[in-house]
Write a protein that binds this ligand. Structure first.
Ligand code: NAD
Length: 238
């Protein structure tokens, strides 16, 4: 059914979360193998932690950056990039900060929670090199605390990424929501801002699942691979 909707759609928009990247060996937050079992990341990925518990904040992002060195896009990322290239997908709004959609070749990627790859000073905003962050150094200009360019809990989303994602969601005939618990506001509102069909593809179901037009339970890579095969079948015959 989802494949048929996609074939007939003029605009398909994709919303992804951390579950999109677990098969690239990057833990998500809320699954049983999620980040830091003993520490709730929601208490570390905050402005308060940056200001008052910098050592903990730094260690958390250091660990996440180190995990990224080995990470590569998987077949699911590649399929989404291919769908954009052939005109099936118009854009991806992602909560992920890992850059894997772009690495796979997707171009219309709206990073709602920023990127972990860019480092800047929390005090004066000056950009810094990644290795300065790894070494735990302060800002070259003002000795302020260095931080990654991610959106921390308590911070605003980047306006441009949000506006562009929203515009594409409003135009979409189909919205595919992949690998997110839908717990983080305001990104979790995006699926409800479309007049198109909504499809939820996630490993486990949550309370919001019943509000989607279709639900596919499974791992992102496997579900996208199967859907890609179905598209080849249905789109050729439609
Ligand atoms: P989340 O951890 O709250 O939820 C992830 C969801 O994905 C869960 O419901 C889980 O069942 C599902 N899932 C896990 N593996 C899957 C797979 N292989 N296929 C399909 N579904 C799978 O993540 P969230 O909703 O994105 O929100 C958490 C916040 O954490 C976001 O703000 C995000 O920016 C941040 N985060 C980002 C990364 C990353 O960039 N890779 C990693 C961890 C957390």
């Amino acid at each position: 059914m989802a494949a048929r909707w996609i074939c007939r759609a003029r605009h398909v928009m994709v919303v992804t979360g951390a579950g999109m990247s677990t098969e690239s060996n990057l833990p998500d937050f809320r699954s049983k193998d999620g980040w830091w079992r003993n520490i709730d990341p929601v208490t570390v990925a905050t402005v308060e932690a940056l200001e008052k518990q910098y050592e903990l904040f730094h260690a958390f992002y250091q660990a996440r950056l180190e995990a990224l060195y080995e990470a590569e896009p998987h077949q699911g990322h590649n399929i989404l990039a291919k769908w954009e290239e052939v005109g099936v997908v118009s854009g991806i709004a992602t909560q992920n900060v890992d850059g894997l959609h772009t690495a796979a070749g997707s171009e219309q990627v709206h990073e709602l929670h920023g990127s972990i790859h860019s480092i800047r000073c929390y005090s004066c905003g000056q950009e810094a090199e990644l290795h300065a962050f790894h070494e735990g150094r302060g800002c070259d200009s003002c000795d302020g605390k260095l931080r990654p360019g991610v959106v921390l809990f308590g911070e605003m989303l980047p306006q441009k990424a949000w506006d562009e994602a929203l515009k594409q969601i409003e135009q979409a005939d189909v919205v595919l929501v992949i690998g997110t618990s839908l717990e983080v506001y305001p990104a979790n509102q995006l699926p409800w801002m479309t007049r198109g069909r909504t499809v939820y593809m996630n490993m486990e179901l949550n309370a919001d699942a019943s509000a989607f037009d279709a639900v596919i339970t499974g791992k992102a890579k496997e579900v996208l691979t199967k859907l890609d095969k179905k598209l080849e079948l249905y789109c050729a015959n439609n």
